[in-house]
Design a protein around this ligand. Structure first.
Ligand code: GLC
Length: 476
């Protein structure tokens, strides 16, 4: 099958969150299964890992957003069996970072139009166009409304994956006409209307052939008002075409036995090396070592991730002599609060504000426990990576965290893989965090739980096959 992933992020080039990991690892696995997979994303100014890469310019594609006549330059490269296409336009994309500009709606409208226009120019005719999240959400609408009679587009089928329902691509309805050249009727008849604005996420939900989200638990949450950020009536309309497929993680990138980012590798037979790794990480970060427990976190620092809870629980265990290491960036207020915490515990806490993949690997590997008490979490990747490195996640029971972590309840030491609490509040978070510290004293039990995590299988293979089966259902 010919598959085209349309996305605003993909490893190894552009990443702010799990979306980048998922698009890339899923594509890689589908390529291994024998499919022809390409990924298209914007050519951001901040594209990473482009040194030594043969990136070829292959076409210039005219794009008109209403009266704005623009050109998209298309670049191409092949990596890990995947063909990457980059949509270049300096005005829109040669900026720092990926998002957060006043004209983001226009930037991704340009991207979406450019992808549609590019297909014919470069003669790329996928069987499946798989769009991710709101950014390319208007693509199926465009093709279905403007190109449906052209034989080139006729057989293309569409799949949408919702990675995060909190981002809905809301925009001024006038832009349906102005950017996309589509009739305002699509707003008036409700197809694109959501809470009295236009929404590119709704647009995709209403027009694709199949909709997925990234875990079975989140799929059921999206059918409820509480869990869906208001999308539930829309998803309920399409519930027969809607399914949750659990994400995996990249077992090549995250491999304790081979990870080149670690000063020391380990397996289930050399678990005691984790203590060594902790010592070395402490040296790197100027933390005093006295055999204390380490709580790690690698995360975007945003409200979704339960940072409020982490701030308080972190202080509790710091008071008891444990250590905390945080890697991530996000909301300025949170960054500042972590800085203040570090100032109070300069010898036992460290924080790295920003994106540092290599350090992140070392934190996953060296930690005893991994904070991830999300308010909501469609799937979550960090907890799976942590478990791969025998680090016990502390999670709230929500979304994919519920599907991937078995909480220790005092009796189930043969199967538990972490700590789980139900209600989102400081009481349960603090209790659970302190419970973990108790377990830290019981080295036998700790070892048992660590071995359990290392037996968990979160490879992509199974999920990649589920996606293929879904594609096959729609192309037949
Ligand atoms: C989003 C979700 C996260 C999920 C990731 C990849 O970032 O918030 O839960 O793991 O997408 O699907």
């Amino acid at each position: 099958m010919k598959i085209l992933m349309v996305t605003s992020e993909s490893n190894p080039f552009a990443k702010t969150g799990g979306l980048a990991d998922v698009v890339y690892a899923l594509s890689k696995e589908q390529a291994v299964l024998g499919h022809e997979v390409s990924i298209v994303l914007p050519k951001y100014g901040s594209l990473m890992q482009t040194e030594n890469l043969q990136m070829r310019f292959i076409a210039s594609v005219p794009v008109s957003l209403g009266w704005r006549e623009q050109v998209a330059k298309i670049f191409k490269t092949v990596l890990d069996g995947i063909t990457f296409y980059f949509v270049d336009n300096e005005y829109y994309f040669a900026r720092e970072g990926l998002y957060g500009y006043y004209d983001d709606m226009e930037r991704f409208a340009f991207f979406t139009l450019a992808v549609r226009n590019m297909l014919e120019v470069i003669k790329l005719k996928p069987d499946i166009i798989h769009v991710h999240d709101w950014q390319p959400g208007m693509l199926p609408v465009l093709i279905k409304k403007q190109n449906k009679d052209q034989p080139f587009y006729k057989k293309m089928k569409f799949v949408l994956t919702i990675h995060n329902p909190a981002f809905q691509g809301m925009f001024d309805p006038n832009l349906i006409v102005d950017f996309y050249g589509l009739p305002i009727r699509l707003y008036d008849n409700g197809l694109l209307r959501f809470n009295d604005r236009a929404s590119s996420l709704k647009a995709a939900i209403m027009t694709v052939d199949k909709i997925t989200t990234v875990s079975p638990t989140h799929a059921s949450e999206l059918l409820t008002p509480e869990g869906s950020k208001g999308l539930d009536p829309i998803i309920n309309l399409r519930r027969d075409d809607f399914v949750g497929i659990l994400n995996g993680i990249d077992y090549q990138e995250f491999n304790p036995l081979k990870d080149p980012n670690l000063p020391l590798n380990f397996s289930n037979r050399s678990l005691n090396r984790k203590e060594q790794l902790k010592k070395l990480l402490f040296e790197e970060l100027n933390i005093d070592y006295h055999g204390q427990a380490l709580y790690g976190m690698v995360s975007r620092l945003t409200w979704q991730k339960g940072i409020n809870l982490v701030l308080e629980a972190a202080e509790l265990v710091l008071q008891k002599g444990a250590s905390v290491v945080i890697v991530g960036s996000g909301e300025y207020g949170y960054e500042q609060e972590f800085e203040r915490l570090r100032a109070r515990y300069p010898n036992t806490m460290a924080i790295y504000i920003g994106y540092n993949n290599q350090l992140a690997h070392r934190v996953y590997a060296a930690s005893d426990f991994f904070f991830m008490p999300s308010l909501f979490e469609p799937c979550g990747i960090g907890q799976m990576i942590a478990m791969r490195y025998a680090t016990l996640p502390i999670v709230r029971r929500t979304g994919g965290l519920n599907d991937t972590v078995i909480g220790y309840d005092g009796q189930n030491e043969d199967e538990a893989t972490g700590f789980v609490f139900d209600e989102y509040n400081r009481y349960w978070m603090n209790l659970t965090t302190l419970f973990a510290l108790e377990i830290y004293q019981d080295k036998e039990l700790l070892k048992k739980l660590r071995l359990n995590t290392m037996r968990v299988d979160n490879r992509w293979e199974k999920s990649a096959k589920e996606y293929i089966a879904l594609y096959e259902e729609v192309v037949k």
